[in-house]
Each structure stands twice: as C-alpha cells, then as structure tokens.
Design a protein around this ligand. Sequence first.
Ligand SMILES: C[S@@+](CC[C@H](N)C(=O)[O-])C[C@H]1O[C@@H](n2cnc3c(N)ncnc32)[C@H](O)[C@@H]1O
Length: 250
Amino acid sequence: MVDNETNILYNENFPLSNKYDPEWIFDNSMGPNVLWLSEWLCRKVNLKTNMRVLDLGSGRAISSIFLAKEFGVKVWSYDLWVKPTENWKRIIEKGVGDMVFPIHGDARNMPFADGFFDAIICVDSYIYFGTDDLYLNYLQKFLSPGGIIGVVIPGLMKDFENGVPEHLKDFWGQDCWSWHTVDWWKKLWSRTGLVEIEVADTMPDGCEVYTQWKEAQDIVGKNPWPQDTAILKKDAGEYVGFIRLVAKKL
Ligand SMILES: C[S@@+](CC[C@H](N)C(=O)[O-])C[C@H]1O[C@@H](n2cnc3c(N)ncnc32)[C@H](O)[C@@H]1O
C-alpha cells in the first residue's frame, strides 16, 4: 500500500492511481501518467467484470494491468513499439496473467475477430493513427453492437491563430501536428454516423495535472524532456490539455 503522505504522485482527483507505486508509474508511463489518464477515462466507460477490453497502444501495459485490477476486465494489451515479452513480465509480476494478454501489432492491421470486444480503450496513443478519416470505421468493426470506444489524448484547448505560439516552440515536435481540439475530434467521429458520442470534453486543469507529472519527474530525475516543465507552466492551459472521447457503437 502506498502512503499518501509520501507519495510524490499523490493527487486527490485520482484515488485509484494513488494506490500504485510511483516508481513503477515513472518507469512505465511513455507519456503523461498513464494511470491518471486511464482513471479519468474510465469514469465515463462503464466497465464490468469479465468484459473483453482492447487496450490499444498500451505501451508498457500498465494501463492494462490497472484495468484488470480495478475493474476485473479481461484485457488484450496491444502495442507496436513495446515487445509483448517485456509486457508479459510486468503482467506476471502484478499477478494478472489470467486477465491481461500482451500482443504485438499495428493498430491499422489487427488480428482480432469482428465484434470481439465489449470496449476499446486508448490512452495517449490515438493521435498516432486515429486522425485518419477512415480509421474509426476500421476500429469499430472489432466492437460488439453497443460496444464502447474510450480515448484520452493530449490536445489543444484552442487552435493556434498564427502558427505555433512562441512559448510552445521548444515543446512542439513534428509529431504534435496530430494534436487537435475537442471540437475537431467530435466532428471527425460524429459525421461518420458510426457511433453515438457520449462524452467529448477536456480535463479540468489538465495542463496543471500535466505540470504536476513533469515536476514529479524532475524531482526523481526521470524527465526525458526537462524543458517541458517550464513551458507547460507558462502555457497554464491556454493551449495544452487533455481530451476525452467516449462513444457507443451504433
Ligand atoms: C506515447 S506512447 C503511450 C503508451 C501508453 N499508452 C502510455 O500512455 O504509457 C504511444 C504508444 O502508441 C503506440 N503506437 C503508435 N503507433 C501505433 C500503431 N500504428 N499501432 C499500435 N500502436 C501504436 C506505440 O507503440 C506507443 O506505445
């Protein structure tokens, strides 16, 4: 059990995440704290015991372990960059080898049966493939009728008016061009008629949460992009934050 007093990642808004070892979260989150983002997402996704869940772009699989432990679901932990053998070790260490199944592959070419999943969860990964106009149609076929897709992504709270704002220039890599506003994402999905959007919102104080993560990484010496902390502080949520989308397959 992690002591709240000493937990450097303690955040009262994320009681489920507070239970997990901060070292484990630092070492296995590939972007902002993946447990915080997963917890925020799952508040709006009605996960029930034994549901079949695809954790798409699961990285080092700690969101998959979290979903299995907190909600009793079975999770197919699917990722391109991280080897499934590495993830399997983490899964076994946490005692959920009967609930989490690591699989390697590309989100655009998945080996699953149509209609197999009750829910698809995607945390901090959808920006790598989901901006393709045709992707939602591909993805939704793996869901059972009425199945849920839940996505959390970093995004823009408003569009840039004249190119990248000065204060974000050292933050904005080429792979940030797939960051968009919540309205952009809502339109991308709603116009297809494939899903009913249940939630399309932004995290209250999302940039502050992101900054807390970066400051904690700084303290433990595990911030891969140290310049980001001051940039996020300066931005203070003017542009940068987190977006949540939850939709039901029609
Ligand atoms: C920023 S990391 C986030 C990983 C994890 N969800 C987390 O938050 O720690 C992005 C993940 O997207 C995955 N990814 C990128 N492109 C992908 C693709 N085409 N198919 C499957 N996964 C992909 C990568 O393998 C990587 O693990």
